[in-house]
Design a protein around this ligand. Sequence first.
Ligand SMILES: *Cc1c(COP(=O)(O)O)cnc(C)c1O
Length: 225
Amino acid sequence: MIISNLKSVRADISRLEQTYHRDTGSVALLAVSKRKPLSDVREAISAGQTAFGENYADEGAEKATALNDKNVDWHFIGHIQSNKTRLIARHYSWVQSVDRAKIIERLNSHRPGDLPPLNICIQVNIDDEASKSGCQPDQLPALARLTATKPNLVLRGIMAIPAPPESLQAQRRVFKNLQGIYKLLRAEFPTIDTLSMGMTADMEAAIAEGATMVRVGTAIFGKRD
Ligand SMILES: *Cc1c(COP(=O)(O)O)cnc(C)c1O
């Protein structure tokens, strides 16, 4: 099931790249495996998937340790508690949910020296009622600058989780706004190449508006309990 789901999500991404005049292969797929067993992750790996997203620091670290596969990248995409930064900096290669200065300082100091720099996306809260996570758009430049000064971090881009609006048009408006923020930031920071937006329910709108990475859980692994 997971293998055929993955095939169909990949086919959807290719079709949407064409429909919206995006370059072939310009939209990466992050498979969100939160609350799914390691056996599901292994199945996805057997179908060629190498990037996985997790929301709970311990759960993802356990999976990463059990799997012990250098070809697999683990992305932390959940709310970051400051007492988890050591664990996150050791077991993940990406952190997409950075939203405050204290977390940037801690991830930089906890990233082990024998590992490559940690890839960072700053999470932006684009429609503030929906969730409490993410920085306000006006805080983004300062957080980006701070990240860019850290030797053990690499600033890769921004991530957002908008409230899912009803229509494709309404979803596109929010994502278009994010794309504008992304382009401004990219003009200032040459290491930026990642606009992480779009999940199972709003992948089309995100790809239409320039997402370079979509984070898909349900369409690959099925509903979570
Ligand atoms: C759970 C989650 C996803 C995946 O959501 P689906 O609707 O299952 O595709 C993507 N991004 C984040 C940050 C998540 O927490």
